[in-house]
Design a binder for this molecule. Structure first.
Ligand code: NAI
Ligand code: MG
Length: 335
Protein backbone atom coordinates (compact mmCIF):
# COMPACT_ATOMS: atom_id res chain seq x y z
CA UNK A 1 0.00 0.00 0.00
CA UNK A 2 1.23 3.48 -0.79
CA UNK A 3 -0.38 6.29 1.09
CA UNK A 4 0.64 9.91 0.71
CA UNK A 5 0.34 12.14 3.76
CA UNK A 6 0.74 15.90 3.98
CA UNK A 7 3.59 16.91 6.29
CA UNK A 8 3.63 20.35 7.93
CA UNK A 9 6.92 20.97 9.72
CA UNK A 10 5.69 23.98 11.67
CA UNK A 11 7.40 26.56 13.88
CA UNK A 12 9.73 26.53 16.89
CA UNK A 13 10.54 22.94 17.85
CA UNK A 14 8.29 21.77 14.98
CA UNK A 15 10.97 20.91 12.41
CA UNK A 16 13.12 19.14 15.06
CA UNK A 17 10.35 16.85 16.29
CA UNK A 18 9.13 16.24 12.72
CA UNK A 19 12.63 15.11 11.62
CA UNK A 20 12.71 12.76 14.60
CA UNK A 21 9.21 11.44 13.95
CA UNK A 22 9.84 10.79 10.25
CA UNK A 23 13.11 9.04 11.18
CA UNK A 24 11.11 6.56 13.28
CA UNK A 25 8.33 6.16 10.70
CA UNK A 26 10.95 5.49 8.01
CA UNK A 27 12.26 2.61 10.12
CA UNK A 28 8.81 1.01 10.06
CA UNK A 29 8.46 0.20 6.40
CA UNK A 30 5.00 1.72 6.12
CA UNK A 31 5.04 2.60 2.44
CA UNK A 32 4.18 6.21 3.33
CA UNK A 33 5.00 9.05 0.94
CA UNK A 34 5.39 12.52 2.40
CA UNK A 35 4.17 15.67 0.70
CA UNK A 36 5.61 18.78 2.36
CA UNK A 37 3.32 21.77 2.82
CA UNK A 38 3.84 25.06 4.63
CA UNK A 39 1.56 26.81 7.09
CA UNK A 40 1.92 29.60 9.65
CA UNK A 41 4.98 31.82 9.98
CA UNK A 42 7.07 29.73 7.59
CA UNK A 43 4.40 30.02 4.91
CA UNK A 44 4.10 33.75 5.47
CA UNK A 45 7.83 34.21 4.92
CA UNK A 46 8.02 31.90 1.91
CA UNK A 47 4.72 32.49 0.14
CA UNK A 48 3.33 35.72 1.63
CA UNK A 49 0.31 34.01 3.19
CA UNK A 50 -0.29 32.05 6.37
CA UNK A 51 -2.30 29.25 4.82
CA UNK A 52 -1.40 28.85 1.13
CA UNK A 53 -3.86 27.31 -1.30
CA UNK A 54 -1.28 24.61 -2.11
CA UNK A 55 -1.40 23.47 1.53
CA UNK A 56 -5.19 23.35 1.53
CA UNK A 57 -5.13 21.41 -1.75
CA UNK A 58 -2.57 18.93 -0.42
CA UNK A 59 -4.62 18.15 2.71
CA UNK A 60 -7.85 17.95 0.69
CA UNK A 61 -6.22 15.49 -1.72
CA UNK A 62 -4.39 13.30 0.80
CA UNK A 63 -7.08 13.56 3.52
CA UNK A 64 -4.42 12.91 6.17
CA UNK A 65 -1.80 15.32 7.52
CA UNK A 66 0.88 15.09 10.17
CA UNK A 67 1.45 18.54 11.58
CA UNK A 68 3.98 20.10 13.94
CA UNK A 69 2.91 23.02 16.13
CA UNK A 70 2.31 26.46 14.66
CA UNK A 71 3.01 29.66 16.58
CA UNK A 72 0.14 32.09 17.20
CA UNK A 73 0.90 35.61 18.45
CA UNK A 74 -0.54 36.35 21.91
CA UNK A 75 -3.15 39.10 22.35
CA UNK A 76 -2.74 40.62 18.89
CA UNK A 77 -1.77 39.75 15.31
CA UNK A 78 -3.12 36.97 13.13
CA UNK A 79 -5.69 34.38 14.24
CA UNK A 80 -4.56 30.84 14.93
CA UNK A 81 -3.80 28.80 11.83
CA UNK A 82 -4.45 25.67 13.91
CA UNK A 83 -8.00 26.86 14.59
CA UNK A 84 -8.32 27.90 10.93
CA UNK A 85 -7.32 24.43 9.67
CA UNK A 86 -9.81 22.79 12.03
CA UNK A 87 -12.52 25.17 10.80
CA UNK A 88 -11.77 24.87 7.08
CA UNK A 89 -11.77 21.06 7.10
CA UNK A 90 -14.52 20.80 9.72
CA UNK A 91 -12.28 18.65 11.94
CA UNK A 92 -14.88 18.52 14.67
CA UNK A 93 -13.37 15.92 16.99
CA UNK A 94 -10.13 16.63 18.83
CA UNK A 95 -9.09 13.32 20.39
CA UNK A 96 -6.37 13.60 23.03
CA UNK A 97 -5.29 10.47 24.93
CA UNK A 98 -3.30 10.74 28.18
CA UNK A 99 -1.72 7.55 29.46
CA UNK A 100 0.79 6.81 32.20
CA UNK A 101 4.23 5.83 30.91
CA UNK A 102 7.21 4.40 32.80
CA UNK A 103 10.14 6.57 33.90
CA UNK A 104 8.60 9.98 33.36
CA UNK A 105 8.61 12.78 35.92
CA UNK A 106 4.89 12.22 36.41
CA UNK A 107 3.04 12.20 39.72
CA UNK A 108 1.06 9.27 38.29
CA UNK A 109 3.53 6.70 36.94
CA UNK A 110 0.55 4.36 36.55
CA UNK A 111 -3.21 4.43 36.59
CA UNK A 112 -3.97 7.18 34.10
CA UNK A 113 -5.50 6.04 30.84
CA UNK A 114 -8.05 8.51 29.59
CA UNK A 115 -9.05 10.27 26.41
CA UNK A 116 -10.29 13.84 26.18
CA UNK A 117 -12.69 14.32 23.27
CA UNK A 118 -12.85 18.05 22.67
CA UNK A 119 -15.35 19.79 20.42
CA UNK A 120 -13.14 21.52 17.88
CA UNK A 121 -15.26 23.84 15.76
CA UNK A 122 -17.53 25.87 18.06
CA UNK A 123 -17.59 27.73 21.35
CA UNK A 124 -15.16 30.40 22.41
CA UNK A 125 -12.48 29.65 19.83
CA UNK A 126 -14.16 30.59 16.61
CA UNK A 127 -13.57 34.29 17.10
CA UNK A 128 -17.09 35.36 16.22
CA UNK A 129 -18.01 38.77 17.54
CA UNK A 130 -14.48 39.39 18.72
CA UNK A 131 -14.07 43.13 19.20
CA UNK A 132 -12.58 45.78 21.43
CA UNK A 133 -14.35 49.12 21.81
CA UNK A 134 -12.67 52.16 20.28
CA UNK A 135 -11.57 53.49 23.69
CA UNK A 136 -10.05 50.08 24.47
CA UNK A 137 -12.16 49.75 27.62
CA UNK A 138 -14.52 46.93 26.64
CA UNK A 139 -13.90 43.64 24.88
CA UNK A 140 -16.53 41.21 23.65
CA UNK A 141 -16.71 37.73 22.20
CA UNK A 142 -19.62 35.62 21.05
CA UNK A 143 -19.74 31.97 22.01
CA UNK A 144 -21.94 29.79 19.89
CA UNK A 145 -22.89 26.19 20.59
CA UNK A 146 -25.22 24.28 18.28
CA UNK A 147 -27.32 21.16 18.70
CA UNK A 148 -25.65 19.68 15.61
CA UNK A 149 -22.12 20.41 16.89
CA UNK A 150 -22.88 19.07 20.35
CA UNK A 151 -24.62 15.98 19.08
CA UNK A 152 -21.86 14.89 16.74
CA UNK A 153 -19.06 15.35 19.29
CA UNK A 154 -20.91 13.50 22.05
CA UNK A 155 -21.83 10.76 19.59
CA UNK A 156 -18.15 10.57 18.56
CA UNK A 157 -17.17 10.09 22.22
CA UNK A 158 -19.71 7.31 22.79
CA UNK A 159 -18.83 5.59 19.50
CA UNK A 160 -15.15 5.79 20.50
CA UNK A 161 -16.03 4.14 23.83
CA UNK A 162 -17.85 1.37 21.99
CA UNK A 163 -15.06 0.86 19.48
CA UNK A 164 -12.26 0.80 22.05
CA UNK A 165 -14.11 -1.10 24.78
CA UNK A 166 -14.07 1.81 27.19
CA UNK A 167 -16.77 1.80 29.83
CA UNK A 168 -17.50 5.36 30.87
CA UNK A 169 -18.00 8.81 29.35
CA UNK A 170 -17.85 11.90 31.56
CA UNK A 171 -19.64 14.95 30.15
CA UNK A 172 -17.77 18.04 31.37
CA UNK A 173 -19.70 21.34 31.38
CA UNK A 174 -20.41 24.61 33.20
CA UNK A 175 -24.16 24.60 32.70
CA UNK A 176 -24.78 26.00 36.19
CA UNK A 177 -23.38 29.37 35.06
CA UNK A 178 -23.26 29.25 31.24
CA UNK A 179 -26.89 28.22 31.09
CA UNK A 180 -27.45 28.81 27.38
CA UNK A 181 -24.28 27.43 25.77
CA UNK A 182 -23.06 24.81 28.21
CA UNK A 183 -26.74 24.16 29.01
CA UNK A 184 -27.49 23.17 25.41
CA UNK A 185 -24.36 21.01 25.24
CA UNK A 186 -25.40 19.14 28.40
CA UNK A 187 -29.02 18.71 27.29
CA UNK A 188 -27.95 17.20 23.96
CA UNK A 189 -25.31 15.05 25.70
CA UNK A 190 -28.02 13.53 27.92
CA UNK A 191 -30.13 12.70 24.87
CA UNK A 192 -27.22 11.03 23.09
CA UNK A 193 -26.09 9.16 26.22
CA UNK A 194 -29.54 7.57 26.50
CA UNK A 195 -28.87 5.83 23.16
CA UNK A 196 -25.79 4.06 24.61
CA UNK A 197 -27.23 2.26 27.65
CA UNK A 198 -24.26 -0.10 27.96
CA UNK A 199 -21.84 2.79 28.51
CA UNK A 200 -21.85 4.51 31.86
CA UNK A 201 -22.31 8.27 31.61
CA UNK A 202 -21.74 10.86 34.31
CA UNK A 203 -21.76 14.64 34.37
CA UNK A 204 -19.21 16.88 36.02
CA UNK A 205 -18.79 20.65 36.29
CA UNK A 206 -15.48 21.74 34.80
CA UNK A 207 -13.86 23.29 37.89
CA UNK A 208 -14.56 20.21 39.98
CA UNK A 209 -13.27 18.10 37.06
CA UNK A 210 -9.88 19.82 37.31
CA UNK A 211 -9.65 19.02 41.01
CA UNK A 212 -10.85 15.44 40.49
CA UNK A 213 -8.30 14.93 37.70
CA UNK A 214 -5.45 15.96 39.96
CA UNK A 215 -6.69 13.96 42.96
CA UNK A 216 -8.10 10.79 41.36
CA UNK A 217 -7.41 10.66 37.62
CA UNK A 218 -8.07 6.91 37.52
CA UNK A 219 -11.85 7.58 37.76
CA UNK A 220 -11.85 8.97 34.20
CA UNK A 221 -12.11 6.94 31.00
CA UNK A 222 -13.41 9.23 28.23
CA UNK A 223 -14.11 12.93 28.82
CA UNK A 224 -16.25 14.81 26.32
CA UNK A 225 -16.46 18.58 26.48
CA UNK A 226 -16.63 21.86 24.63
CA UNK A 227 -13.72 23.57 22.88
CA UNK A 228 -12.16 25.83 25.53
CA UNK A 229 -12.62 23.38 28.42
CA UNK A 230 -11.15 20.58 26.29
CA UNK A 231 -8.09 22.64 25.46
CA UNK A 232 -7.35 23.40 29.11
CA UNK A 233 -8.21 19.94 30.42
CA UNK A 234 -6.00 18.18 27.87
CA UNK A 235 -2.93 20.19 28.93
CA UNK A 236 -3.79 19.35 32.54
CA UNK A 237 -3.99 15.67 31.58
CA UNK A 238 -0.63 15.93 29.81
CA UNK A 239 0.80 17.22 33.09
CA UNK A 240 -0.59 14.22 34.96
CA UNK A 241 1.35 11.75 32.84
CA UNK A 242 4.70 13.52 32.65
CA UNK A 243 4.29 16.60 30.51
CA UNK A 244 3.39 17.91 27.11
CA UNK A 245 6.16 15.87 25.52
CA UNK A 246 3.92 12.80 25.90
CA UNK A 247 0.51 14.04 24.80
CA UNK A 248 -0.75 13.59 21.23
CA UNK A 249 -3.92 14.76 19.55
CA UNK A 250 -5.95 13.89 16.47
CA UNK A 251 -8.24 16.35 14.71
CA UNK A 252 -10.85 14.24 12.95
CA UNK A 253 -13.43 15.28 10.37
CA UNK A 254 -15.48 13.48 7.78
CA UNK A 255 -13.22 14.35 4.85
CA UNK A 256 -9.81 14.89 6.47
CA UNK A 257 -7.80 14.33 9.63
CA UNK A 258 -4.78 16.16 11.03
CA UNK A 259 -2.53 14.50 13.59
CA UNK A 260 -0.33 16.50 15.92
CA UNK A 261 1.01 16.99 19.44
CA UNK A 262 -1.08 18.72 22.11
CA UNK A 263 1.82 21.08 22.82
CA UNK A 264 2.80 24.24 21.01
CA UNK A 265 5.98 25.45 19.33
CA UNK A 266 7.87 25.70 22.67
CA UNK A 267 9.90 28.82 21.80
CA UNK A 268 11.83 28.49 25.09
CA UNK A 269 13.60 25.33 23.87
CA UNK A 270 13.40 25.74 20.08
CA UNK A 271 16.64 25.18 18.18
CA UNK A 272 18.29 23.40 21.12
CA UNK A 273 17.54 19.89 19.86
CA UNK A 274 16.16 18.80 23.25
CA UNK A 275 12.41 18.67 22.56
CA UNK A 276 10.74 15.38 23.33
CA UNK A 277 9.52 13.88 20.03
CA UNK A 278 7.08 11.43 21.70
CA UNK A 279 3.99 13.64 21.54
CA UNK A 280 4.21 13.91 17.75
CA UNK A 281 5.23 10.24 17.50
CA UNK A 282 2.16 9.24 19.49
CA UNK A 283 0.15 11.50 17.16
CA UNK A 284 1.66 9.50 14.29
CA UNK A 285 0.48 6.32 16.06
CA UNK A 286 -3.06 7.73 16.10
CA UNK A 287 -2.58 8.42 12.38
CA UNK A 288 -1.59 4.79 11.76
CA UNK A 289 -4.75 3.63 13.55
CA UNK A 290 -6.75 6.00 11.36
CA UNK A 291 -5.06 4.64 8.23
CA UNK A 292 -6.15 1.13 9.16
CA UNK A 293 -2.73 0.04 10.40
CA UNK A 294 -3.44 -0.78 14.07
CA UNK A 295 -0.64 -3.39 14.35
CA UNK A 296 1.89 -0.79 13.20
CA UNK A 297 0.44 1.75 15.63
CA UNK A 298 0.79 -0.75 18.46
CA UNK A 299 4.37 -1.53 17.44
CA UNK A 300 5.24 2.17 17.51
CA UNK A 301 3.67 2.67 20.94
CA UNK A 302 5.45 -0.44 22.27
CA UNK A 303 8.80 0.83 20.97
CA UNK A 304 8.23 4.13 22.78
CA UNK A 305 7.34 2.32 26.04
CA UNK A 306 10.36 0.00 25.70
CA UNK A 307 12.67 2.98 25.22
CA UNK A 308 11.19 4.72 28.27
CA UNK A 309 11.57 1.49 30.28
CA UNK A 310 15.23 1.23 29.26
CA UNK A 311 15.77 4.95 30.03
CA UNK A 312 17.61 5.04 26.74
CA UNK A 313 18.50 8.54 25.49
CA UNK A 314 15.51 10.22 27.13
CA UNK A 315 15.15 13.98 26.67
CA UNK A 316 15.63 16.38 29.62
CA UNK A 317 11.87 16.86 30.25
CA UNK A 318 11.86 13.16 31.23
CA UNK A 319 14.97 13.55 33.36
CA UNK A 320 17.35 12.17 30.75
CA UNK A 321 20.42 13.57 29.06
CA UNK A 322 19.53 12.57 25.50
CA UNK A 323 18.30 14.82 22.71
CA UNK A 324 15.47 14.81 20.21
CA UNK A 325 17.29 12.74 17.60
CA UNK A 326 19.10 10.34 19.94
CA UNK A 327 15.76 9.57 21.60
CA UNK A 328 14.17 8.98 18.17
CA UNK A 329 17.02 6.70 17.16
CA UNK A 330 16.65 4.71 20.37
CA UNK A 331 12.93 4.28 19.60
CA UNK A 332 13.62 3.36 15.96
CA UNK A 333 16.09 0.68 17.09
CA UNK A 334 13.27 -1.04 19.04
CA UNK A 335 10.75 -1.02 16.19
P1 NAI B 1 3.98 25.07 24.52
O1 NAI B 1 3.13 23.86 24.52
O2 NAI B 1 4.69 25.41 23.27
O3 NAI B 1 5.05 24.99 25.71
C1 NAI B 1 4.68 24.88 27.08
C2 NAI B 1 5.84 24.31 27.90
O4 NAI B 1 6.01 22.92 27.59
C3 NAI B 1 7.17 24.98 27.58
O5 NAI B 1 7.93 25.08 28.76
C4 NAI B 1 7.83 24.02 26.59
O6 NAI B 1 9.24 24.05 26.60
C5 NAI B 1 7.30 22.67 27.09
N1 NAI B 1 7.18 21.72 25.96
C6 NAI B 1 6.28 21.74 24.97
N2 NAI B 1 6.49 20.75 24.11
C7 NAI B 1 7.58 20.07 24.54
C8 NAI B 1 8.30 18.94 24.07
N3 NAI B 1 7.95 18.31 22.94
N4 NAI B 1 9.38 18.53 24.77
C9 NAI B 1 9.74 19.15 25.88
N5 NAI B 1 9.11 20.23 26.40
C10 NAI B 1 8.03 20.68 25.73
O7 NAI B 1 3.00 26.26 24.96
P2 NAI B 1 3.18 27.86 24.90
O8 NAI B 1 4.58 28.23 25.25
O9 NAI B 1 2.07 28.33 25.71
O10 NAI B 1 2.88 28.25 23.38
C11 NAI B 1 3.90 28.49 22.40
C12 NAI B 1 3.27 28.72 21.03
O11 NAI B 1 2.68 27.49 20.55
C13 NAI B 1 2.15 29.75 21.00
O12 NAI B 1 2.34 30.55 19.85
C14 NAI B 1 0.88 28.93 20.87
O13 NAI B 1 -0.14 29.62 20.19
C15 NAI B 1 1.37 27.76 20.04
N6 NAI B 1 0.56 26.53 20.20
C16 NAI B 1 0.33 25.79 19.08
C17 NAI B 1 -0.37 24.61 19.15
C18 NAI B 1 -0.57 23.80 17.91
O14 NAI B 1 0.10 24.01 16.91
N7 NAI B 1 -1.48 22.85 17.90
C19 NAI B 1 -0.90 24.12 20.45
C20 NAI B 1 -0.55 24.93 21.58
C21 NAI B 1 0.14 26.11 21.45
MG1 MG C 1 -3.79 23.91 23.75
Amino acid sequence: MTQTITVIRGDGIGPEIMDATLHVLDAMDLGLQYEDADAGLVALEKHGELLPQATMDSIRKNRVALKSPLTTPVGEGFSSINVELRKRFDLYANVRPAKSFPNTKSRFPSGVDLITVRENTEGAYIGEGQSVSEDGATATLTQKITRKGSERIVRYAFDLARKTGRKKVTVVHKANILKSTSGLFLKVAREVAAQYPEIQCNEMIVDNTCMQLVMRPEQFDIIVTTNLFGDIISDLCAGLVGGLGLAPGANIGTDAAIFEAVHGSAPDIAGKGIANPCALLLGAAQMLDHLGLPEKATRLREAIVATLEAKDSLTPDLGGTGNTMSFAKAIASRI
